[in-house]
Design a protein around this ligand. Structure first.
Ligand code: S3P
Length: 756
């Protein structure tokens, strides 16, 4: 497909003649693409082989050809360009010809896979890197070779790396960039040394391995016949051994240092894996394979998102509802509980034996925790459809991770891990995304320091956190200054490693999943009023965990069904732990129609199916004791308040200001956009309801502040809006609720997703 904008830019730039030196797959494809897209006045082909030139003319790859390069080169002048597309070790000889007969204003670029070799050849030939030379490398190709394989779309959606030096002429760099963009590629700049290291690892060594495997097998006498039986694995792995041998020979010799460094690493890995296979070290083998599979999955996702093309971070997802839908209906099971999923990975990793988890939340936050433990040497299989198998390493079996632990958006991961890692003998660095990097960690670092932990934070107690290895911790008696399950849990987890008893007293009940799950793993936790106590030095015994659906995710549907007249939804298998049901209590106080059915106990956590029917809501003063029990559900509840008759007042909720965003301000701003009057306060908000009575909310563009719950709350609001609602930066919904849009639309929402 031809992109008209790009076409115009290229024409505007008026590239004169393009001489492609070497008409193999790479040069032929470029020549053909440039010619078809009209990127230059004329395309000239140079090749020593007469048959190649004839074929190139026949195929319409070029306008004119020369077998004697000098003839073609001497005709070029300012505004023209030469692209060298010959094997790497032939570049030097080509540059010698160019120096002798090419005008110094002609742009030169190349397509060789090793940039260091091109730079040093140019310095040898010209005495210094000439400003007209822009070294380049299109990351595209195929195991086919020769001009016959030329494909004018070869570069579409592929990356081209240019490695200019300070002396490279800007006009030459711009011209080369325009050429590649004109044939559909995306251009990035990189120092040549970095290019050669990256390519050694991701391209050169894989080719060496593929050639070596095929050659070794082919030369083993007894294997004569085996290729006949070679199945998919062999074919997939060795496809690239069908590539051009001369080209790869040249690459190996010209990028030998970088290739050898990777090969040396690999040789070590082979030896370890060989030994593990020889001695039957199943954990080692499974560890390597599960980590690799995870990395590969991540890599495949990157490729699907065309990471070669788009920087990952700039992807902004928007939700849009154009038309208010009718009533919601159906049965839904929202994803697994985030808090319980985090804890299952943590305790399962420290347990003795194998823990099987079902209903695990495959959202980015819980996956960040999972990856962390893999990084610390725990073998974790899955997740696959919510099933995870954790091969526990015991209380003292974690290994130092190879680098910083990246926890993305997840405050729960970072705070709980701060406690758990405080008792390990090694140093760990924990980092997070932009939102997490602004969240207060002093609330865990300070009490942990009282236990003897050494934790360094950035200014203001923010991440990154450095948790230093220590020999021992001591138990403390700590009264929490705020109602926080994360801080309570961090201290209890550190308490598992402390001498004596650790007692944590909370000012109001907060979620008690840590205490319950410790009990499930056979670790005694004493509960006495507002105080939970553990004694250090015990062990955890592996168990099976069935994670209920997350009430915090279900809350969006509770509010949705409550505000859209005629709705009825059944939310299945939802966790109704008494420390989490504030949203049910508050909605009921507002007049909501919610009934619990089929109440049961699943692995230490109470669970029910929740039936929610539309009911006219009224504004209330939210009882303060409900605040910690509904702490994550306020964004959704604020939408209920906007629709209710009368005013809703929330106080005692200053914690909302330090969640993934300042949720009081973010909601107040978004509600104002949709025409709702609010009065934000330091510890809460007053919301003037009546939107439904007025015929619905207004429309507009709402900022989610990269906060998953703000995005989903306004998706619910859009159900009763009269105009189009657009919610920006919704990509973080994947932290807690992958597939939110699909599930919501199944229930009757009309959400559209788009990338901005
Ligand atoms: C959580 C506790 C709550 C909650 C968070 C998850 C947990 O945070 O907001 O989403 O899993 O312990 P605080 O304990 O900081 O209130």
């Amino acid at each position: 497909m031809i992109d008209t904008d790009k076409e115009l830019t290229a024409r505007d730039s008026s590239l004169g003649r393009l001489l492609v030196y070497g008409l193999g797959l790479i040069g032929g494809s470029l020549a053909q693409a440039a010619r078809q897209r009209g990127l230059c006045r004329e395309v000239i082909g140079v090749s020593r082989r007469q048959s190649t030139l004839e074929r190139a003319l026949e195929m319409g790859v070029v306008d004119r050809v020369y077998s004697d390069a000098r003839e073609g080169l001497s005709q070029l002048g300012p505004g023209d360009m030469v692209v060298i597309c010959v094997p790497t070790l032939t570049v030097r000889a080509t540059l010698e010809e160019l120096r002798e007969c090419l005008h110094p204003a002609v742009t030169i670029t190349d397509a060789a896979s090793v940039k260091g070799a091109v730079v040093s050849a140019a310095i040898d030939v010209y005495g210094a890197l000439p400003p007209q030379l822009v070294p380049g490398h299109p990351i595209a190709g195929s195991e086919k070779s020769g001009v016959e394989a030329a494909n004018p779309n070869l570069y579409v959606d592929h990356r081209v790396i240019l490695t200019p030096e300070p002396q490279t002429g800007t006009e030459h760099l711009a011209a080369v960039r325009r050429l590649w963009e004109g044939v559909g590629a995306t251009v990035s700049l990189m120092p040549w040394a970095e290019h050669d290291e990256v390519l050694a690892a991701t391209s050169h060594v894989p080719h060496v391995l593929a050639y070596a495997l095929v050659d070794t097998l082919a030369r083993m006498e007894e294997n004569r016949e085996i290729f006949r039986y070679a199945a998919g694995g062999f074919r997939d792995f060795t496809r690239i051994a069908g590539s051009d041998p001369v080209m790869w020979h040249d690459i190996c010799l010209s990028n030998s240092d970088a290739i050898l460094a990777v090969l040396d690493h690999l040789t070590g890995s082979f030896a370890e894996l060989r030994n593990a296979i020889a001695v039957g070290d199943s954990d080692f083998i499974l560890g390597v394979f599960t980590r690799a599979r995870e990395a590969r999955t991540h890599f495949t996702k990157m490729l699907e998102r065309k990471a070669y093309l788009e920087p990952m971070t700039s992807q902004s997802l928007i939700y849009r509802t154009q038309k208010a839908p009718g009533p919601l209906s159906g049965r839904l099971r929202v994803p697994g509980d985030k808090s319980i999923s985090h804890r299952a990975i943590m305790l399962g990793s420290l347990a003795e034996g194998i823990t099987r988890v079902s209903g695990f939340l495959e959202g980015e936050d819980a996956l960040a925790t999972l990856q962390t433990f893999r990084d610390m040497g725990v073998v974790i299989e899955g997740p696959s459809r919510g099933e995870v198998i954790i091969h526990g390493v015991g209380m003292h079996g974690l290994k130092p991770p190879p680098g910083p632990l990246y926890l993305g958006n997840s405050g729960t991961s970072m705070r709980l891990l701060a406690g758990l890692l405080a008792g390990q003998p090694f140093d760990v660095v924990m980092t997070g995304d932009e939102s997490l990097s602004k969240r207060p960690m002093g609330r865990v670092a300070e009490p942990l320091a009282l236990m003897g932990a050494v934790i360094e934070t950035e200014e203001g107690g923010c991440p990154p956190l450095v948790v230093r290895g220590v020999d021992s911790l001591n138990g403390i008696n700590y009264v929490l200054p705020m109602a926080s399950a994360q801080v309570k849990s961090a201290l209890l987890l550190a308490g598992l490693y402390a001498e004596g008893e650790t007692a944590v007293t909370e000012p109001a009940p907060t979620r008690d999943h840590t205490e319950r799950m410790l009990g499930g793993f056979g670790y005694p936790v004493e509960r006495d009023g507002a105080t939970a106590r553990v004694r250090g030095g015990g062990i955890l015994k592996a168990c099976d965990i069935d994670v209920p659906a997350d009430i915090s995710s279900a809350a969006f549907f509770m509010v949705a069904a409550s505000i859209v007249p005629g709705s009825e939804l059944l939310l299945e298998h939802v966790g109704i732990n008494p420390t989490r049901i504030g949203v049910i209590n508050i909605l009921r106080l507002m007049g909501g129609d919610l009934t619990l059915e089929n109440e049961r106990n699943v692995g230490g956590e109470p669970v029910a199916d929740i039936r929610v029917r539309y009911a006219p809501l009224k504004g209330i003063a939210i009882p303060e004791e409900q605040v910690p029990l509904a702490i994550d559900e306020f964004p959704a509840l604020f939408i209920a308040a906007a629709c209710a008759e009368g005013t809703t007042v929330l106080s005692g909720a200053e914690e909302l200001r330090v969640k993934e965003s300042d949720r009081i301000q973010a909601m107040a701003d978004g509600l104002a956009t949709l025409g709702v009057q609010t009065e934000p306060r330091p510890d809460g908000i007053v919301i003037t309801g009546g939107a439904l009575a007025r015929g619905g909310l207004g429309g507009g563009v709402v900022e989610s502040h990269y906060d998953h719950r703000i995005s989903m709350a306004f998706a619910v609001a859009s159900l009763v809006a009269n105009d189009e609602v657009t919610i920006r930066d919704c990509q973080h919904v994947a932290t807690s609720f992958p597939d939110f849009v699909a599930l919501a639309n199944r229930a009757g929402f009309r959400l559209l997703e788009a990338h901005a």
